[in-house]
Design a binder for this molecule. Structure first.
Ligand SMILES: *Cc1c(COP(=O)(O)O)cnc(C)c1O
Length: 333
C-alpha cells in the first residue's frame, strides 16, 4: 500500500483505494502517454469489446465515460433536465449533479442506515424523472436485497428512470444483493453505473461506465462531453481487466479489513451497520464533527456528516487501527 496520501495523514475520507497502481497498469499508461499528441478514440473501442465481454452485455448496452460521475451527469442531462429527481439523504454528489441540470431534488431520509424504498415510492409523482439508488448506499454502506429491489421496480412507473449506482460493486459479498446488470436485462427503465475508481484503484484517471438497454444507453452516449475519456485512462482500464484476479485479491483484503474494523467498533459498543462497500458508517448525531477532528488530530482524515455520522474509508491496517483507537476513548454515542 502507498501509506500516507496527500498531506500528512491517512486519507480515509474519499473512499479511495490505498494500494499503489499495479505495475502492468502503469506500463500500459506509459505506452498510451507516448501518443498524447493524438486525440483519444471517442468510442473507446479497444476497451468496449473486452469490457462488454467480461460483463456479458452487448456492446450497444455499454457506455464508457470519464468516471461514474460523468455517466451520472449524462443520465441527468438526458433524462432529468429541469425535471424532478429523487434520492436518499445525505448525498452531496447527487445534490450537486442535480443542480447542474437544474433539476429539483426530492431528498428522502434514510430509515436508520437503509434507503427507504417505500418512502421513495410514495414520493414519486407524475413529475418524477429519475430516482438514484445506491447499491450499496453511500455513505452508510448498506445494500438493498433482491426481493426488495424487485418489488420496488415492479411498482415504479415505467417512465421513471431508476439509476442503480454500483460504484462499490466489487466489495459486495452478500449473495442476497442483486447484480444491477441482470436487472438491466429485465427492465428498460433501469441504468447501472460502475467505476474503475474504487476497487480498480484508478480514481486519478477518471474512467467508469454505464449499462442500460439501447435507447437509454444511446441517450447517455449522446449527452457526453466528446473525447473526455483519455487514451491513458482507457489503457489503464483495459490493463486492469487483465489483472482482475489481483484486483479481486486486493478487494478481498480490504473486505477483511472492513470486517475487522466493524467487529472492533462493535466490540466497543458502537452500532455499525453491515457494510457492503469499502467504508463503514458510524452513526453519531451530536458529535460527528468532534469525532472527525479527533481522527484528524491522530493522523486519519475521515468524512464527517454534521449531525448524522462519520464515513470511514477502509484503508491501511495502521489507519484502521488509529480509527479504532480514537473510537475506543471517544466511546459510543
Ligand atoms: C466514488 C466517488 C466519486 C465518483 O466516482 P468516479 O467513478 O470516480 O466518478 C466521487 N466522489 C467521491 C467522494 C466518491 O467516493
Amino acid at each position: 500500500m502507498t501509506g500516507m496520501g496527500r498531506g500528512s495523514g491517512y486519507r480515509a475520507d474519499l473512499n479511495e483505494n490505498p494500494f499503489a497502481p499495479l505495475s502492468s497498469v502503469l506500463v500500459n499508461v506509459q505506452q498510451a502517454a507516448a501518443t498524447l499528441n493524438r486525440y483519444p478514440d471517442g468510442r473507446c473501442a479497444s476497451l468496449l469489446g473486452p469490457l462488454a465481454e467480461q460483463l456479458d452485455v452487448p456492446e450497444d448496452h455499454l457506455v464508457i465515460g470519464a468516471g461514474s460521475t460523468a455517466i451520472l451527469q449524462q443520465l441527468l442531462l438526458a433524462k432529468a433536465r429541469n425535471g424532478v429527481v429523487m434520492y436518499s439523504r445525505p448525498s452531496d454528489r447527487y445534490a450537486a449533479l442535480s443542480r447542474i441540470v437544474n433539476a429539483r431534488a426530492i431528498e428522502v431520509p434514510l430509515r436508520g442506515a437503509d434507503q427507504d424504498l417505500g418512502a421513495l415510492l410514495e414520493a414519486i409523482t407524475d413529475e418524477t424523472a429519475l430516482v438514484f439508488l445506491g447499491n450499496p448506499c453511500d455513505p452508510t454502506g448498506t445494500a438493498v436485497q433482491r426481493s426488495e429491489l424487485d418489488a420496488f421496480l415492479r411498482q415504479v412507473p415505467e417512465n421513471v428512470l431508476v439509476v442503480i449506482d454500483e460504484e462499490y460493486r466489487e466489495f459486495v459479498r452478500d449473495p442476497g444483493v442483486p447484480d444491477g446488470i441482470e436487472l438491466c436485462r429485465e427492465w428498460s427503465n433501469v441504468a447501472v453505473v460502475r467505476s474503475f475508481s474504487k476497487a480498480y484503484g484508478l480514481a486519478g484517471l477518471r474512467i467508469g461506465f454505464g449499462v442500460a438497454q439501447p435507447p437509454i444507453a444511446e441517450s447517455i452516449r449522446a449527452a457526453a462531453l466528446p473525447l473526455s475519456v483519455t487514451a491513458m485512462a482507457e489503457a489503464a482500464a483495459l490493463a486492469s481487466l487483465g489483472e482482475r484476479e489481483e484486483i479481486l485479491e486486493r478487494s478481498g483484503s480490504l473486505i477483511r479489513e472492513r470486517d475487522r474494523l466493524r467487529r472492533g467498533l462493535r466490540s466497543q459498543g458502537w452500532e455499525i451497520p453491515a457494510s457492503e462497500a469499502n467504508f463503514v458508517w458510524l452513526p453519531l448525531t451530536g458529535e460527528a464533527d468532534e469525532f472527525s477532528k479527533e481522527c484528524a488530530a491522530h493522523g486519519v482524515f475521515v468524512r464527517g456528516y454534521s449531525g448524522q455520522g462519520v464515513r470511514i474509508t477502509v484503508g491501511e491496517p495502521e489507519a484502521n487501527d488509529l480509527v479504532l483507537f480514537v473510537a475506543s476513548w471517544f466511546g459510543p454515542a
